[in-house]
Design a protein around this ligand. Structure first.
Ligand SMILES: O=C(O)CCC(=O)C(=O)O
Length: 282
C-alpha cells in the first residue's frame, strides 16, 4: 500500500498559511483506505507500466470508433473526450477497466464489489485544451439517480500530466463536505462558486502531477478541476468510474445500474495492446 509520503512525493501543494490548513486527524494505521477516506484521493504511482500506456496512447490516437465530444470552457477553449460503458469489447480500454490491479484497489477503497459506471478518454491538445471547472462527480451523478455517493474514479495518466498542461487539481478532504449544489458554468456543470471559495480557504489545493501509468483514485465527492493546457505537451488521461453494488441508480445509456464486472488478468492489457497495434499497423 502507498504511504502518505509517496503521495506527497508526487503531488505538489499550494502553500497556504498554517492557520488556513485543513487539520487532519490521521488514523493511526495510515492505510490506503483511511487516507482515501480522509483526503478523498489516493495516488498509486506506476499502477500501469510504460508499455501499457504506450499501447493505450497509440491505440487511442488512432481510434476513430468513438464519438468525440468537445467541451468548451469559460474562455472558449475546447477539451475533447469520448465516453463508453461497455466492457464486452475485446479492446484495451475494457482490459484496463477490468484489470485486477485497478478493480481490486477500487473495491478495497469503496469497501464493496464495484462495477464500471463508464470510462472516458480526456484529451487536452497542446496550447488549446480547455480547463475544467471545480466540480464533484457526484454533482453530476446525483442527477442520474445514484442514491449514495459511494462511487469513485481513477484518473490514469496516459502521458505526463503537469501544472502547465492542465493536470488534475483536488481540494484535499473536500470529499467529506457532502454534496454541493451544481449549476451551469459555461458549457460545463460546476459546483456552487461561493461554496468552493469557502472550501479553498480551509482545504489544501493539491496539483496532481503524474507520470505515465500513475493512477489517482478519487472519491465522487472530491472537488476537482484542471487548468487549460497552455503548454506544448498534449495531456491524455483515461478515467475509469465505478459504482458500488449496493448503490442503486437509474439505468441510463452510458451510465448503467448494477451490471456485474468480470475482472481480467493484468497481462491481458499487453496482449490486447500488442495485437491491436499489430492489426491496425499503429
Ligand atoms: O480531464 C480533466 O482534467 C478533468 C476531468 C474531470 O474532472 C472529470 O471528467 O470529471
Amino acid at each position: 500500500m502507498q504511504g502518505i509520503e509517496q503521495i506527497g512525493r508526487k503531488c505538489t501543494k499550494k502553500t497556504v498559511p498554517t492557520w488556513r490548513r485543513f487539520v487532519t486527524t490521521y488514523i493511526s494505521d495510515n492505510s490506503a483506505v483511511s487516507q482515501f477516506k480522509q483526503d478523498g484521493y489516493l495516488l498509486v504511482p506506476n499502477l500501469f507500466d510504460s508499455e501499457e500506456m504506450n499501447y493505450l496512447l497509440r491505440i487511442g490516437r488512432g481510434d476513430e470508433s468513438h464519438a468525440v465530444h468537445s467541451v468548451v470552457d469559460a474562455e472558449g477553449r475546447k477539451s475533447k473526450l469520448w465516453l463508453a460503458s461497455d466492457t464486452s469489447q475485446d479492446d484495451i480500454y475494457s482490459a484496463i477497466c477490468r484489470s485486477h490491479k485497478l478493480v481490486d484497489q477500487m473495491e478495497e477503497l469503496l469497501e464493496d464489489e464495484v462495477y464500471l459506471y463508464h470510462y472516458k478518454m480526456m484529451v487536452k491538445e497542446p496550447r488549446q485544451g480547455g480547463a475544467w471547472e471545480w466540480h464533484q462527480d457526484y454533482g453530476y451523478w446525483y442527477n442520474n439517480g445514484c442514491l449514495f455517493p459511494d462511487m469513485a474514479s481513477c484518473y490514469i495518466a496516459v502521458d505526463r500530466a503537469h501544472k502547465h498542461n492542465g493536470c488534475l487539481q483536488v481540494l484535499r478532504g473536500s470529499n467529506r463536505m457532502g454534496r454541493i449544489e451544481h449549476g451551469k458554468a459555461g458549457g460545463q456543470t460546476g459546483a456552487d462558486p461561493d461554496r468552493v471559495e469557502d472550501a479553498q480557504k480551509h482545504l489544501d489545493l493539491v496539483y496532481c502531477e503524474m507520470a505515465p501509468g500513475d493512477a489517482l483514485f478519487f472519491h465522487s465527492n472530491t472537488l476537482h478541476r484542471s487548468d487549460a493546457n497552455l503548454s506544448e505537451d498534449p495531456r491524455w488521461g483515461f478515467i475509469c468510474c465505478y459504482n458500488t453494488r449496493h448503490n442503486p441508480c437509474r439505468d441510463l445509456s452510458g451510465h448503467p445500474s448494477y451490471t456485474p464486472l468480470t475482472k481480467c488478468d493484468d497481462n491481458v492489457i499487453k496482449e490486447v495492446g500488442f495485437r491491436t497495434v499489430a492489426e491496425r499497423g499503429l
